[in-house]
Design a protein around this ligand. Sequence first.
Ligand code: ACO
Length: 323
Amino acid sequence: MSAEAQQQQQRSGSRLVAVGTALPDKVLTNADFEVMMDTSDEWIRSRTGIAERRVGGTTTGLAVEAARRALERSGVAAESIGLVVTATQTPDDLCPSTAAGVQDALGLICAAFDLNAACAGFSYGLVVAHSMLLSGAATAALVVGVDRMTAATNYDDRSTAILFGDGAGAVVLTSEPDGDRGIRAWDTGTDGSHADILASPIRDGRITGVEMNGKVLFKHMVRYAVDSARAAVERAGLELDDVVAVLAHQANQRILDAVADRLGVDHDRVISIIEHTGNTSAASVPLALDAAVADGRVGPGDPILLLGFGGGLSWASTVAVWG
Ligand code: ACO
């Protein structure tokens, strides 16, 4: 990135005003999996940190619920929202988009579209919405991360079936180029050469489930995530010590721990919600943010790092001052 582009990132802010989330009511525990397949609570917890996940609902229904909560909490008028970006790899339908469903359900008058960057989707959505706000395309935006991964899970494959849950999270972004809050810098990237280690194929029109070489994926993903996080923090003119919370994709606890170790930040600053949600793909970063805001670990004026990574392989990091 050129010095000029780096300066442009640092002085350009769009505020993250509020976050809202939605989880289905139904809980699928590790004990449920012990009945369904040859596995154990001990194996799942020790390998992934997951105890239970929420399952059910529809992608659009979860997206609408999360977006509605974020909008209510933001105090921003629905008429001011000029853009909805929804990140998902599990839409209910290919068309209309999930974002169009959010626009309609909330009665918005705005542009709306979906993007797919798998588990990095919400973080990509933040960068896209931020850039569109800066371009003048809108003055306020909703960015939603939503996935119904359990609709795309192969329950005959015990090594992946136990990982996933469903959920949604959304933030309201407002344009504020000269403020001291909001997005300060970002980093995005993709390495499309690894379809053999993580894919969710469609064969003969059917979604067949996640195919993953977990050990190899672990190695690549941690490296890309850590390099991206460091780049974004540096572009923001900050040190990792300045960041009060890392809201990273909740792939599994071992990845979160490895990211913390390699970034050199305390584990308690890398927010973990995976025990009760499982891996919710594009929803996991805003779900983690909502939890950290709710319990006071992230407050107004706090610098945070939002770090998405996943299939593609794709990754996106955003450094922002919350509130
Ligand atoms: N219960 C019990 N045993 C199991 C299970 C299960 N659910 N799944 C696999 N096993 C067994 C395997 O059969 C194998 O047995 P064997 O040694 O007798 O052949 C053994 O456990 C090891 O299997 P692996 O698939 O090699 O399991 P691994 O130790 O790699 O753990 C895991 C799997 C947790 C997914 C790990 O690879 C990992 O942490 N990978 C990181 C990637 C990741 O988490 N991706 C999430 C989705 S992608 C994303 O969000 C970016």
